[in-house]
Design a protein around this ligand. Structure first.
Ligand code: TXA
Ligand code: MG
Length: 321
């Protein structure tokens, strides 16, 4: 243990969830499993609690946080939902899909949560532990991924402890890795109804739109615009040089394989992109821990969830400024 907190890891059973809810009520920090990655939660209505998130992560305070809510009804306490957003929260949530929508001017949220923007990012996670926690709390939970800023996102309790031990109060251990393994898709729906993909992720927006509106997505390619200030080029960094689309590995490479290309850690031997998404961060954590000085990643097809995998790989391979 290092740092000023005696971080405890406890099982995410009913007793553990009750403990976590009490820590959150008291303004503390709890790492919580979701279907995407572990989140570092604090009550979103408290300036002090939210300030602790930024401190623990070492995160720049201009980077706003996702507010996790139980459902559409709780979302409407904080946002003016444009028409399409209302349909998504009522029919599609809970899901690995974050909506950036106009914030209600009187929304009771710590100012740092939205970092001065007039929008708010809202998500209802599809995970029993996070939902049980939200049900016990009278407030929504601000939660970025539970890692030091710029490091690889956590898909297990051990990954959380690797960078946040001693910096937070509690880790709720789900006992299994996060099922999706990649952060939520972020979709902005503007007051005028326009859609914009801010971050690719597990939810394919084109398919979602066809399902509910029976028509193609009303936007072109995801812009990946920097309006989401967290969308910095360098991110998820394992802390060593990393090459992508590598078919011939050098002896000092930690190889991350896919399909027929076997690695020291293989994303999916059978070439399954969903399995690859779920294992991506575990492989990056293993690569970071390995003695080998460099990382080489096999090609991963850029289709479906493969688009989000390649987005995260590109950011992980970009050296920090
Ligand atoms: O799956 C996930 O989304 C996980 C789990 C814990 O829910 N959370 C997560 O949070 O990935 P984080 O903080 O690592 O990424 C949130 C992203 C950042 O890039 C941030 O800039 C963006 O959301 N964001 C938050 N509020 C925004 C807003 N009002 N407008 C635009 N982007 C926003
Ligand atoms: Mg993150």
């Amino acid at each position: 243990m290092s740092g000023k907190y005696a971080t405890e890891t406890i099982l995410a059973n009913a007793e553990g969830i009750a403990r976590a809810a009490q820590v959150l009520r008291d303004g503390g920090l709890v790492a919580v499993p979701t279907e995407t990655v572990y989140g570092l939660a604090a009550r979103a209505d408290s300036d002090e609690a939210v300030a602790r998130i930024y401190e623990a992560k070492g995160r720049p305070s201009f980077n706003p946080l996702i507010v996790h809510v139980r459902d559409g009804a709780q979302a409407r306490e904080y946002a003016e939902l444009p028409h399409d957003a209302g349909i998504i929260v009522d029919l599609y949530w809970p899901a690995p899909l974050t909506l950036v929508v106009p914030r209600k001017p009187d929304a009771r949220l710590a100012a740092a949560v939205t970092a001065g923007l007039d929008t708010v990012a809202l998500r209802s996670p599809n995970h029993p532990v996070m939902q049980a926690l939200l049900a016990e709390c009278a407030f929504p939970l601000a939660a970025p991924s539970a890692n030091r800023s710029g490091f690889v996102s956590p898909t297990s309790a051990a990954h959380v402890a690797a960078t946040l031990d001693g910096r937070i109060d509690l880790i709720l251990d789900d006992g299994r890795p996060c099922a999706e393994g990649l952060e939520s898709t972020i979709l902005a729906i503007r007051a005028d109804g326009q859609w914009e993909e801010l971050r690719p992720g597990p939810v394919d927006l084109d398919r979602l739109h066809r399902h509910y509106w029976d028509s193609a997505l009303p936007i072109g390619e995801g812009t990946g615009g920097i309006e989401a200030p967290g969308q910095l080029a360098s991110h998820y960094a394992p802390g060593k040089p990393m090459r992508l689309n590598v078919r011939e590995v050098a002896p000092d490479d930690f190889a991350i394989g896919f399909g027929s290309i076997e690695g020291d850690c293989t994303l999916s031997a059978r070439g399954d992109l969903n399995e690859a998404a779920a294992r991506l961060y575990a492989c990056l954590h293993e690569a970071a821990r390995s003695e080998k000085p460099r990382i080489a990643v096999a090609p991963v097809p850029k289709e479906g969830i493969g688009i989000a995998i390649n987005d995260r790989l590109r950011r992980a391979a970009t050296p920090p400024d």
